[in-house]
Write a new protein. Structure first.
Length: 252
């Protein structure tokens, strides 16, 4: 018995085959608490401010619980070099899961939890700052007392659920989404005037980097992948063009 496949279905199948054949960006896991170990066991340097009380972090339910709300905690977090170049032009994407359980700050320009990506060219960097009701990116204002001040951002309830976030960078710009919902976008930042660690190429940091903010968060896996090169997209479009031309020829 023969099975008739409609032209629309054949077209969809051809498209699906082309998508499958297109080069895929390989994600690299930077940290996964489900592996049952703390960041230090997965290639991260855990750091605390000299002379200050350290924050705490432990594993709970397959997530990393970080707490910097204790008395005397100034800054506490984890840093490593990215195995994927943080090229602000060619592009990369960072995926991570996070729930802010509690967060306080004594300045509108500080937050208790941040994710920092220093670009291969440190002049093209970006940091995500998390409040309980907002996600935002700091920018530099040399005339301000804080120097690093609140820039682009969007209101979002970071406490409601354990949420999948994506930070995508390409062409000197970034975009941020949460749970598949676009939040905001902007241009990459130059934080080098802040000195270390903002001058270290390809640095990734997560934690509390402020003396005027603190937080309790639950963190899931963090992964990074290069954004497919434009050539890959052009190859895919060319393939779709061949299929379209074939359909037109069949109709003629």
């Amino acid at each position: 018995m023969s099975v008739h496949v409609s032209r629309p279905l054949r077209w969809a199948a051809a498209c699906a085959a082309l998508w499958a054949a297109a080069p895929a960006a390989q994600a690299v896991v930077l940290y996964d608490p489900a592996a049952g170990s703390l960041p230090a066991a997965q290639g991260w340097l855990t750091s605390a401010t000299s002379g200050a009380a350290p924050g705490t972090q432990n594993l709970s339910g397959g997530r990393l619980a970080i707490d910097t709300t204790g008395s005397g905690v100034v800054a506490f977090g984890n840093a490593r070099l990215s195995p994927v170049a943080l090229d602000g032009n060619a592009g990369y994407a960072v995926d991570f899961s996070l729930q802010v359980l509690a967060e306080t700050h004594s300045s509108p320009n500080r937050a208790g939890f941040s994710l920092l990506l220093v670009g291969s060219d440190p002049a093209q960097s970006v940091a995500l700052s998390f409040w309980q009701d907002r996600v935002w990116v700091p920018t530099v204002d040399a005339s301000a007392a804080d120097r690093f001040v609140q820039g682009e951002g969007a209101g979002f309830d970071t406490t409601a659920a354990f949420t999948d976030y994506r930070l995508q960078v390409q062409g000197g710009r970034y975009s941020v989404s949460a749970g598949g919902q676009a939040l905001f976008s902007g241009t990459l930042q130059d934080y080098r005037s802040g000195g270390l660690p903002y001058t270290v190429p390809n640095l990734v940091f997560f934690g509390d980097d402020s003396s005027r903010g603190s937080a309790q968060v639950a963190l899931g896996a963090i992964s990074i992948s290069p954004v497919p090169e434009p050539a890959s997209a052009l190859l895919l479009l060319a393939g779709l063009g061949v299929v379209a031309a074939f359909r037109i020829k069949r109709r003629a």
